[in-house]
Design a protein around this ligand. Structure first.
Ligand SMILES: Nc1ncnc2c1ncn2[C@@H]1O[C@H](COP(=O)(O)OP(=O)(O)OP(=O)(O)O)[C@@H](O)[C@H]1O
Ligand SMILES: [Mg+2]
Length: 250
């Protein structure tokens, strides 16, 4: 159970050459169990917004509320997957997934079966004892997704979790993620450069402007779940993708 609220959130980074205003006056709410994606040009503050939500970066203005409580420190109940979250090469797949449990000082035995079940959901069960160096890029991303989910987080913050993958692998992982989300209905925030991925997975898509990032629009995606891959060819889906894409045509 977790709802999020962003209230007039702003962020200015102070670097040697002067202040950089990354975000300005960002306000929106995310309901418990809702899947929201954020799309916007590079450098508009999407990663910054997720990091502030996770309590990893302090905000400069406004407030971020998790279940009506202001974020003041690191939010350990959240499951976070960042743009370049890598696996530890010297640990097996299973032990990479269980890293979250170890770092939270929870009992490994209580979570091993869950870790194996998650690996099975993404077709990786037979690689539990393999090492990251023996996996393809897409397989590593699948393991990273399991690691994000293993401690049963109340909120998922996903920052381009499939960034560097080829289109086919990415499609499969998007389906995996959609399936996992439907099974658990966690509150989820996904940052992605793919408008079609955002529309496919989300209840709502937040469209942001270039830096300083502000909200241009919030689009409700009125397509029932579960969404099969064929949904992407429906006129309704295409219309959503086209209308959001218009914000980024110059
Ligand atoms: N630690 C930091 N120190 C100083 N400036 C930063 C820092 N992190 C981000 N910025 C600046 O804040 C702005 C927003 O960065 P952010 O990484 O949030 O953008 P983004 O929307 O995630 O971009 P991308 O789509 O390329 O990942 C950029 O101008 C960046 O230079
Ligand atoms: Mg980013």
């Amino acid at each position: 159970m977790a709802s999020l609220a962003f209230r007039s959130v702003g962020k200015t980074y102070r670097i040697q050459s002067g202040p950089v205003q990354a975000l300005q006056d960002v306000s929106f709410d995310i309901a418990d169990g809702e899947f929201v994606s954020i799309v916007g040009p590079s450098g508009c503050g999407k990663s910054t917004l997720l990091k502030m939500c996770a309590g990893l970066v302090p905000r400069s203005d406004g407030d971020i509320l998790v279940d009506d409580r202001s974020v003041t420190g690191v939010q350990t109940q959240m499951g976070v997957a960042f743009q370049d979250s890598l696996l530890l090469e010297w640990r097996s797949v299973l032990r990479n997934v269980l890293l979250q449990i170890e770092s939270r000082k929870l009992r490994i035995e209580d979570y091993e079966q869950r870790a194996r079940d998650l690996l099975e959901t993404v077709g990786m069960e037979s690689f539990a004892d393999a090492y990251p160096g023996q996996l393809s890029g897409g397989m590593k991303q699948r393991v990273a997704l399991c690691r994000t989910l293993v401690h049963d987080p109340s909120v998922l913050l996903l920052d381009e979790p499939f960034g560097a993958l080829d289109a086919m692998t990415r499609d499969q992982l998007v389906l995996d993620l959609g399936k996992m989300w439907l099974e658990t209905r966690k509150t989820a925030v996904l940052v992605t450069h793919s408008i079609s991925e955002a529309v496919f997975l989300s209840d709502r898509v937040v469209v942001m402007s270039g830096r300083p990032g502000t909200i241009l629009d919030i689009v409700s995606i009125d397509i029932p779940h579960p969404r099969g891959i064929a949904v992407r060819e429906s006129p309704q889906f295409v219309e959503y993708v086209t209308s959001i894409g218009r914000y980024f045509q110059s």
